[in-house]
Design a protein around this ligand. Structure first.
Ligand code: ATP
Ligand code: MG
Length: 419
């Protein structure tokens, strides 16, 4: 019943991509009779400026794109947006395994929350690559006195607590530039979250995570992926090839401009050439070329197929590197603008030998049809990530960055920015 419902504070996700800046604003609807539901109240997309190949090349231009998106979102929501959860993408992300070991502090040997924090802190004590900083520490499993594979050791008894973590690093300059952009756009930062991790939270369910699956985001210059198994993040990776490479290939292959190639890709793009009638033609003049030029749809599809196959083979190589090629029962879930090309699911099934599907947000309510746009998954995922932390403040297995400590880090970055 409506009067049973309460709404949490609004949460905003900001995904600064190479092609588009996206903002999603939402809140959790909490009612006695139903599980929490995420409601998206605004989703805005504006073209990116000042970002190339995932890196900020002009602070001023990026600030203007971000401000524009935030202003539009504010108008739609009707209240000021004061702080945002910021997605981090780009190809300068690396991940490392690390183990933390501590002695359990209580005299009765019972593991407390503080022990977990200390063990995770101990795992952070690895040498961070030069110019990189820790973005996430994801605890994967714990062991108490040698008993391994424990998911939640609180309340267990022992002497020695160990944690296996996955540590994700991002290049420091990128985080600093992103902070500067958000700060200058007039809002505070709740936290930074790896975009693909946020997206994964919203496009797959816990059963898929248990069984094992991969979420693949084909963006402009990059493709990012996250692999889940036994409910945890097993692997993350960024491949420096994305859909903008397809546009470049089409421009070269069809000897036309980037703008025409981009429109050819979006309007006539197909990534399975087999079965296309070789007599079907496209006049480039219809997609903005100066003069008439006839190309076949078969040729367009061949160019796209070659590059999409390459991207998928790289995804498969990443899976092979963790011994999961052909081995994820819940298959591959595709998001990002590059996954909108026709035929992607068919070709993915062939190349990866896995079940494959497009990734739409699950359990999310909205009046806008933007939520069924697969390139909005990271922004919506950020709202989900933020809402869960804002609402109950409790650490969730996937939310292993500790809010308080992170805010200190953000403050530290701000301090270094303020003259
Ligand atoms: N309908 C479509 N068919 C094929 N490709 C498309 C379609 N729509 C968008 N794209 C491509 O998707 C890419 C952009 O994807 P997306 O918007 O997810 O990237 P981004 O988040 O801005 O960038 P990134 O995450 O890589 O920094 C562009 O290369 C664009 O050409
Ligand atoms: Mg993106």
């Amino acid at each position: 019943m409506a009067r049973n419902r309460t709404y949490t504070e609004i949460v905003t996700g900001l995904d600064v991509g190479s092609s588009s800046v996206r903002v999603a604003v939402g809140q959790l609807v909490v009612s006695k009779d139903h599980p929490q539901q995420l409601q998206i109240v605004s989703s805005i997309e504006v073209p990116s400026e000042g970002i190339q190949k995932g890196q900020i090349t002009s602070i001023e231009d990026t600030v203007s794109a971000v401000s524009n998106a935030l202003e539009q979102a504010e108008k739609m929501v009707g209240v000021p947006i004061e702080h945002v959860w910021v997605g981090v993408s780009g190809n300068q992300i690396i991940s490392q395994e690390s183990k933390g070991v501590i002695a359990i502090s209580r005299t009765d040997g019972e593991v407390a929350e503080e022990d977990i924090d200390r063990a995770v802190d101990a795992a952070k004590a690895i040498s961070t690559p030069l110019n990189y900083e820790i973005l996430h520490v994801l605890p994967r499993s714990f062991s108490v006195d040698g008993q391994t594979g424990i998911k939640d050791p609180v309340g267990m008894t022992g002497i020695r607590l160990e944690v296996d973590t996955k540590i994700i690093h991002s290049v420091t300059s990128h985080i600093k530039n992103l902070s500067k952009v958000v700060y200058r756009a007039g809002v505070d930062i709740d936290d930074f979250v790896l975009s693909i991790l946020a997206a994964g939270e919203v496009v797959i369910n816990s059963r898929q995570k248990e069984l094992g699956c991969v979420v693949v985001n084909i963006g402009g210059p990059t493709t990012s992926m996250v692999v889940y198994e036994d409910g945890d993040v097993l692997h993350t990776s960024v491949i420096p090839i994305g859909s903008s490479h397809i546009t470049n290939d089409l421009a070269l292959g069809l000897k036309t401009s980037i703008d025409v190639a981009e429109r050819v890709k979006k309007e006539y793009g197909e990534c399975v050439s087999r079965g296309i009638n070789k007599k079907e033609i496209v006049d480039l003049k219809d997609v903005g070329a100066d003069k008439s030029e006839i190309v076949t749809r078969y040729y367009i599809a061949q160019i796209i197929e070659a590059r999409v196959s390459e991207i998928l083979e790289k995804v498969d190589e990443e899976l092979a590197s963790i011994e999961r090629s052909n081995m994820l029962p819940a298959g591959a879930v595709f998001i990002g603008g590059g996954s909108k090309v026709n035929g992607i699911i068919d070709i993915a099934k062939q190349v990866l030998s896995l079940p494959a599907q497009l990734g739409y947000p699950l359990g999310v309510d909205s009046i806008s049809d933007k939520i069924s746009d697969i390139s909005f998954a990271p922004a919506i995922g950020l709202v989900k990530w933020g809402s869960a932390l804002t609402h109950d403040g409790k650490r969730k297995p996937f939310m292993s960055n500790f809010k308080g400590k992170m805010s200190d880090r953000v403050k530290g970055i701000f301090k270094s920015l303020i003259p």
